[in-house]
Ligand binder design. Sequence first.
Ligand code: ADP
Length: 400
Amino acid sequence: MFNILVINSGSSSLKFQVIEIESGELLAKGLCERIGIDGAFTYENVRDGLDKDKKEVAIPDHRKAIELTIEALTDGSKGVLKSLSEINAVGHRVAHGGELFDGSVVVTEDVIKRLSTISDLAPLHNPANLAGVASCQELMPGVPNVLTFDTAFHQTMPPKAYMYAIPRKYYRDYKIRRYGFHGTSHHYVAQTIADHLNKKLESLKVIVCHLGNGASITAIRDGKSVDTSMGFTPAGGLIMGTRCGDVDPSVFNYIIKKEGISGEQADSIVNKESGVLALSGVSSDFRDLWEAKDKGNEDAAVALDAFIYKVAKTIGSYVAAMNGVDIICFTAGIGENDIRTRAEVLSYFGYLGITCDAERNNVRGELKEISTPDSKVRCFVVPTNEELMIAKDTYALVKK
Ligand code: ADP
């Protein structure tokens, strides 16, 4: 038995899972919400199939969130651990590793010191991640902590993919460049499909479409990320639920001047008020968008078309970037569940000999091939599992 607690802290939330890594079994999971606001705690003992518990409870900070997590995990009736000593390691998801980390690392004083130098790159998320680590060190002394970075997998991109054509001093002084995110998911999905096909990932050209509320696409060649659609922040690239993705960079200066708003307000528009939510005026959720479109809402139809068109154009550009593609994978909320979006994206690639099989594509949330047997490129749904990937990385680094 080797139990790993996986912690994914956001600015006001903390998700956790306990995974027994040698069997891969998920023992328990939960969520602390509205940290620093009021607080809600959800816990589920998955191992014994017990009902989910949700309670309102004050959660002033991340330390309290971790205390509640530990209490629930070791609770006499619903816990999955007899005592805290049954946690062998903790794996933390960290939003931004900048150029400092190209893989997961065991936490040391030096790692924390280096990570705090780049907090500006993810001002909402990295400090929350560090608060989670500090609380675990305090509450579980002696248990090793490992950091897994959303950006690390993309550190293999060449300069032609990550440099922005703006004055070089901004890269030199502020490290402004494309970093890319969802790296753990892209890597997990690519590795999972290679394993499924009994092939070496290094021998395949793979495009992974992580389409959730946040969405990004990655081109993977020789087992490495060679390009990805998100940029300096997760706002770049595709149209998303509420983020605008790539737009003419001068647009926001124009809006700032016209409306007399601040840069922060403009950034909030970019991240929270844009995307398919803005285009449709209906919702950021694709289930609502399809329903509205089917009832004749033209703005919802444009939002869906624009999203799908941007996904298809990005896939096309990565076929060019890799001089071909062997496999296209769909993952995350939309990628795993939205049958119509997948079919429409793939319909752009007739010229590549890609054909989506309507019957096979009628699938949600399970690993399945969705292209026809004669399709020139094999297309799959591959459910992502970032927590399992974090647990695997943690195990690889700390097992004796
Ligand atoms: P994130 O982790 O970025 O918050 P998820 O990967 O959980 O997002 O994806 C959530 C999104 O997935 C929802 O906003 C919705 O648009 C989409 N989604 C979930 N289930 C379905 C479904 N059955 N059909 C279509 N879209 C779905």
